[in-house]
Every structure is written in C-alpha cells, then in structure tokens.
Design a protein around this ligand. Structure first.
Ligand code: DX5
Ligand code: ZN
Length: 216
C-alpha cells in the first residue's frame, strides 16, 4: 500500500520542511501536483519543486502532470529527481510514445484519467501506474465523485495485476479502504486524510496505515 502525501496540501511556504516531516511520519511517497493553468484552472508547482523535495528527502517523488503538454516536462522532471511521472491521457495524443520517453529518461510512467473520461483506452495500452481521479483535478479540498469506486474496479478489470492503480481526490481513510477493496494500492492523501488541521503527520499517516492494514 502506497500512502502518497499530496504536498500541495501542506505549508507551501515551507515545502522542504514539510517533505522532511512527511518522510519522518512514514509516507511511502510524496505526490507533487504540477499544474500549468491551462489543463486545469490553477497554476501551481513545477519541476523545481520536485528538486527541492528531492534535496530534502529520500522518499519516492510522484509527479502528477496536470498540463496540456506533458512531453515538455519529461527532461526537467527527470533532471529534478522524479521517480514516477503521471500524465493525463486527456492531454496526450501519443501516450505510447510519451511513456517510452518517460522510461528512457529514467522515470516510471503512469497515466492519470479524469472522472468523465471513458476507460476503454486501457484495452490498447499498459502503464505501470494508472491514477484514477475521484475529483475533477486542479484543487485540493473537493468532494469525492460517486463513480470513483466503480471506475477503480473497472480499471482493475482492464489491466494486468502488476499495474498499480492509484486514486486521487478527497481520499479519506474510509474511502481509501473502499478503494483498496476495489483494487487500488496507491492512495493520494490530501486534506481529508494526512493534512488535517492541528493533527501531526505521524498521527494522520498512522491512522491511514492502520485503516488500510499493514498488508503490502
Ligand atoms: C487535485 C490533486 C490532488 C489534491 C488532493 O487536482 O491532484 O492531489 O491535492 O487533495 P484532496 O485530498 O484534498 O482532494
Ligand atoms: Zn494529484
């Protein structure tokens, strides 16, 4: 089970410190939302934020590319120390070619998919990671879209067992347990789990871990 802390939900003015605290709290990875203000109506982190976190921590860094031209970010993200590069299928006409470029750059490719995007593209390609959006991307603190669990189960039915299915958006511990049962094993944790006001990360990460169970 990969508990992946969505760093955009942390103290943006103290990201390196947040990364260290999250690593000490036992997260399995840190999820970095890269937004270009075009694919999503929000402008947020870039590859240099990944570099800053890479300098501050040793945990794996997952970049979630919410950008219209994900191919432009392959080399900058690889150079910054990104481990997993997840781009949106909606933004990429040539996903097979892009996944090859990502792998050749030394990162593991993943494909993110928005809540209303049909999943049958998964009959025609395989990616090491598939990130199922349970909110429309761009902002933290949104509400879970009801189709999330069914879509995770549908992805599970379409891909091989070695594909890691992630879920991203309003993933509370309760929702994470349901998502696990539907086939997910990567949980992007934001304001409804790890980043809760006045609760330290050791506690919130331990809560999520105990809800999910220690079974890998
Ligand atoms: C939303 C991002 C998520 C977000 C999760 O576009 O992809 O990673 O930060 O935050 P919550 O868990 O609050 O929805
Ligand atoms: Zn994300």
């Amino acid at each position: 089970m990969d508990i992946s802390a969505s760093i955009m939900c942390g103290r943006v003015g103290a990201l390196a410190e947040e990364g260290r605290l999250l690593a000490e709290a036992g997260v399995d990875s840190i999820h970095v939302d890269i937004m270009d203000g075009h694919f999503v109506p929000n402008l947020l982190f870039g590859p240099e934020i990944v570099r800053a976190l890479n300098d501050a921590t040793d945990v794996p860094l997952h970049a979630h590319l919410m950008v219209t031209s994900p191919g432009s970010y392959v080399e900058p993200c690889a150079d910054a120390g990104t481990d997993v590069f997840m781009f949106h299928i909606e933004a990429e006409p040539f996903p097979l070619r892009l996944m090859e470029r990502v792998a050749n750059a030394g990162m593991t490719p993943g494909i993110a998919v928005n809540p209303a995007t049909p999943l049958d593209f998964l009959r025609h390609l395989s990616a090491p990671y598939v990130l199922v959006m349970s909110v429309e991307p761009g902002f933290a603190g949104q509400k879970w879209i009801a189709s999330g669990l069914d879509r995770i189960a549908e992805v599970r039915s379409l891909v091989s067992d070695d594909v890691i299915i992630g879920v991203d958006g309003n993933v509370s511990p309760e929702k994470a347990a349901l998502a696990r049962d539907a086939g997910a094993s990567l949980f992007v944790c934001g304001t409804s789990s790890v980043f809760r006001p006045q609760v330290d990360y050791r506690t919130t990460v331990a809560d999520m871990r105990s809800t999910l169970g220690a079974i890998a």
